[in-house]
Design a binder for this molecule. Structure first.
Ligand SMILES: NC(=O)C1=CN([C@@H]2O[C@H](COP(=O)(O)OP(=O)(O)OC[C@H]3O[C@@H](n4cnc5c(N)ncnc54)[C@H](OP(=O)(O)O)[C@@H]3O)[C@@H](O)[C@H]2O)C=CC1
Ligand SMILES: O=C(O)[C@@H]1CCC=N1
Length: 273
């Protein structure tokens, strides 16, 4: 049986997940959503073949599985507002950065299955990666359903210790943005050396895509893959020495640490409002 899914909040992350689900064959008839900006509803309905509601309660009441996809600072008020229509057999899947399962459980107000997830926007092209952790009320069948749903737009890892979700966010949820930024800089550097932007973009992007494909498809040590490109006293060595001299190790470590730290802060900021 196809479960009915509701998305509360249909912005960037929900759109990436819905796009991934739809591309994998999930029926638009089984997907509903709710968000504030009703003027945007016809566009979403047309894009995904789903039904949009102005009222979160209506979307939640219509669903077997509810994806919570609003910003972390809005989650408590949104959940408490629809808590009166929650049924014990429903499954709630949160994508909100930093918000702990315990907080979600207390806002939902009754023992109910909750999965906290940290997906990323490559879901939109079937290349998502998600960290997942379930509460004690989540059955094996529900966990399998969630794993299959997330695999339909990429892959997943189950996390045992909820504290590790901060690191999942730093290495996965937020990380595509680091690579986009790196690409922006490389493309600019190519243009500064005289290439047109389209050519610079194509060269830089395929280098990133090819490197990621080699790492994921070949069972080889990443350092060895790097060494295979680096001729003694050659061009790659010149680039890598510059990256090391200018602090790539401390720069990337600081970025990952700052992301995890912000995730912890979000949890504290919004857990006990
Ligand atoms: N973007 C990303 O890469 C990732 C995001 N996340 C998490 O996903 C969640 C959403 O982020 P993102 O998609 O980027 O944010 P967006 O702002 O793009 O989406 C949030 C959505 O929530 C809607 N909304 C606002 N208020 C309400 C309300 N009261 N009831 C219902 N819907 C409401 C907004 O509607 P409207 O536009 O009409 O205001 C919008 O559709 C966050 O919790 C974030 O931590 C997790 C992993 C990755
Ligand atoms: O920036 C954020 O807070 C969200 C969570 C992970 C990616 N985007």
């Amino acid at each position: 049986m196809t479960l009915k899914i509701a998305f509360v909040g249909v912005g960037n992350m929900a759109s990436a997940i819905i796009g991934g689900l739809r591309a994998s064959g999930y029926s638009g008839d089984a997907i509903v959503g709710s968000s504030i900006n009703v003027e945007d509803h016809p566009r979403l309905e047309q894009r995904f073949g789903m039904t949009m509601y102005a009222d979160n309660k209506e979307a939640v009441a219509a669903a077997d599985v509810v994806f919570l996809c609003v910003k972390p600072n809005l989650l408590q008020s949104v959940v408490e507002e629809f808590a009166t229509v929650v049924r014990p057999e429903q499954l709630f899947v949160s994508v909100a950065a930093g918000i702990e399962i315990g907080a979600l459980e207390s806002w939902l107000g009754q023992p109910v299955a909750v999965v906290r997830s940290m997906p990323n926007t490559p879901a939109l092209v079937g290349a998502g990666m998600s960290g997942l952790i379930a509460n004690e009320h989540t059955s094996e069948d529900q966990k399998n359903w969630v794993a299959n749903a997330f695999d339909s737009f990429g892959s997943h890892v189950w996390i045992e210790d909820e504290a590790q979700m901060h690191t999942v966010t730093a290495l996965s949820g937020s990380a595509p943005a680091y690579f986009f930024r790196m690409l922006e800089v490389m493309i600019e550097a190519g243009v500064a050396q005289g290439l047109d932007e389209a050519t610079s973009r194509k060269l830089s992007t395929y280098a990133m895509k090819g490197a990621a494909a080699m790492v994921t498809e070949l069972d080889e040590d990443i350092a060895q893959l790097r060494k295979n490109i680096t001729s003694p006293n050659g061009t790659t060595q010149a680039a890598l020495e510059t990256l090391e001299e200018q602090g790539i190790q401390s720069l990337m470590t600081a970025a990952v640490d700052a992301c995890a730290e912000r995730s912890k802060e979000l949890g504290k900021e919004f857990a006990n409002k």
